[in-house]
Design a protein around this ligand. Structure first.
Ligand SMILES: C[S@@+](CC[C@H](N)C(=O)[O-])C[C@H]1O[C@@H](n2cnc3c(N)ncnc32)[C@H](O)[C@@H]1O
Length: 259
C-alpha cells in the first residue's frame, strides 16, 4: 500500500531513525484526502513501532462526508483528539477556514496519500493551497499513483480496440523532476522524493477491474457497453496471463519542508 510505504519513508527521513523528543516531532497531523485514514494510521504505526509519542492532534480532511466519518471512527479507537473536516482540499477559499482551526503551538505534518492526482494542477495546489497551511519548519508529504500505473490495463484496452477513460495520472518528472523542484523552491526545502512500484496481486481481469470500484475510483456508469466489457475482460485476462498477474500501481512521493 502506498500510504504505508510513504509513512515509512517519511518517518525515516524526519527522525533519521533515531529517538526524538516529543517536541521535535510534528504535534499536529493534517491528512488531506484522508479516505479511511490509512495514511494517518500508517504514521501512527510508525511512531508506535519506534516508541515515539502520537501527535497531539489529528485532522482528517476529505471532500466526501462518508470518508471523514469512517476515518474519524477508525482513528477515534486509538487517539483522543481526532477532528474530521469535510471540504475541497484543492481550493484555497475552503482551506483558509481550515488554517484557523489548526493549533498555534507545535509543528505540523501535512500528509496526503493518493488524493492529489485528482487535481489537474497538482503543483499549483501545493504552492497556493497547501503551503499556506504550513509554517517554517513544518513538513509536507505527498504520494500519488503516477502515469506509469496500469500499463497492463492500457495494453488490454489497445488490444480490445477500446478508448481509455482512465484518469490522466501525473507524470513522475512533472511532480519531482528539476522544473518541479525549481517551482517549489521559494516555499519548500526539498528533503526527499522518489517512485516505487506497489502492485496488488489479482487473480483475474474481473478482480483487476473490481479493484477500481473497491477504492471508489470507478465512474457511476461504465463508459463501455456490455459487449465491449466482455472484450476488455478477455484481452485483460490475456495480458495478465503473459506476465505477473497484478494490478500495476506505481507511486511517486515527495517530502518537503516549509521555508
Ligand atoms: C484513493 S482515496 C485515498 C485515501 C487515503 N488517503 C489512502 O491513502 O488510502 C482518495 C481520497 O481523496 C479524496 N479527495 C479527492 N479529491 C479531493 C479534494 N479535492 N478534496 C478533498 N478530498 C479529496 C476522495 O474523496 C478520497 O477519499
Amino acid at each position: 500500500m502506498a500510504a504505508m510505504r510513504m509513512a515509512t519513508e517519511v518517518h525515516r527521513r524526519i527522525t533519521g531513525d533515531r529517538p526524538m523528543k516529543a517536541e521535535e516531532l510534528p504535534s499536529c497531523l493534517l491528512d488531506l484526502g484522508c479516505g479511511t485514514g490509512l495514511a494517518t494510521r500508517s504514521w501512527l504505526d510508525q511512531l508506535q513501532a519506534s516508541g515515539q509519542p502520537d501527535p497531539d492532534q489529528l485532522l482528517l480532511v476529505d471532500q466526501a462526508a462518508a470518508m471523514v466519518e469512517r476515518a474519524s471512527a477508525l482513528l477515534a479507537e486509538r487517539h483522543g483528539a481526532v477532528k474530521g473536516v469535510v471540504l475541497d482540499a484543492f481550493r484555497r477559499d475552503a482551506t483558509d477556514g481550515l488554517a484557523a482551526q489548526l493549533p498555534c503551538q507545535g509543528s505540523r505534518l501535512l500528509l496526503s496519500s493518493y488524493a492529489l492526482q485528482w487535481s489537474p494542477t497538482p503543483l499549483r495546489v501545493l504552492q497556493q493551497v497547501w503551503a499556506p497551511l504550513l509554517r517554517a519548519g513544518d513538513w509536507l508529504a505527498v504520494a500519488v499513483p503516477d502515469a506509469t500505473s496500469f500499463q497492463i490495463l492500457r495494453q488490454a484496452l489497445v488490444a480490445a480496440e477500446l478508448p481509455s477513460h482512465l484518469l490522466e495520472l501525473p507524470d513522475p518528472q512533472a511532480l519531482i523532476g528539476p522544473p518541479a523542484q525549481r517551482a517549489l523552491a521559494s516555499q519548500f526545502e526539498w528533503v526527499a522524493s522518489g517512485s516505487f512500484a506497489n502492485a496488488v496481486p489479482v487473480s483475474s481481469a474481473l478482480a483487476y477491474l473490481r479493484h477500481f470500484a473497491l477504492i471508489g475510483a470507478r465512474p457511476r456508469r461504465s463508459p463501455y457497453s456490455r459487449s465491449q466489457l466482455v472484450r476488455l475482460r478477455r484481452c485483460l485476462d490475456q495480458q495478465l496471463s503473459f506476465g505477473v498477474a497484478e494490478l500495476d500501481y506505481h507511486s511517486t512521493w515527495m517530502l518537503l519542508r516549509r521555508l
